[in-house]
Ligand binder design. Structure first.
Ligand code: HEC
Length: 139
């Protein structure tokens, strides 16, 4: 009987912890994502057809994780359009987000990761280091 009480208490505490905190962890990342990224990549990160890649499946990603901080900061102005015959089509590019600092970029990546990629978290010191030496050719 005593044990049952403790078990009940424990499950309530766990439920409380889960409900109270799990969604809050990447709150800033979520706000930033919704503000800066969702218009193209979608609120559920489902992308938009052939125009904007989905970010909700790590298997879809073309770029390795380590290149993502710089990619978000500098964007892509050069898209490989060699396979496209109709050059009048406007090729979508990823805009640059130079005003986002390392913390913000890190928070956005962790928000996406926590929801869809479920891989090792992005560590801020590493993201800062990567952002200090972004290849200029990506611009
Ligand atoms: C104007 C539309 C637009 C906005 C806004 C935008 N993106 Fe993109 N994003 C793109 C396009 C287009 C590509 C594909 C570019 C390429 O492959 O060169 C892309 C590619 C990416 C990729 C690489 C996917 C891969 O396959 O490796 C990531 C990650 C990404 N975007 C994250 C973000 C984040 C985070 C934000 C917000 C800070 C954002 N994007 C805002 C259009 C956009």
């Amino acid at each position: 009987m005593k044990h049952a009480k403790y078990a009940l208490l424990l499950s309530f505490s766990l439920a409380f912890l889960f409900l109270c905190c799990s969604n809050e962890t990447y709150k800033e990342g979520k706000l930033l994502y919704m503000h800066h990224c969702s218009s193209c990549h979608g609120e559920q990160m489902q992308g938009l057809g052939l125009l904007y890649p989905a970010l909700n499946n790590p298997a879809f990603l073309k770029k390795p994780k380590d290149q993502l901080p710089c990619f978000i900061r500098t964007g892509s102005s050069t898209v490989d359009s060699s396979a496209i015959k109709d050059k009048s089509l406007v090729m979508p590019t990823m805009p640059s987000f130079e005003h986002l600092d390392a913390i913000e970029i890190n928070n956005i990546l962790n928000y996406i990761n926590a929801n869809h990629w479920h891989q090792e978290i992005f560590h801020l010191p590493n993201t800062m280091k990567l952002l200090e030496s972004c290849p200029t050719s990506q611009k």
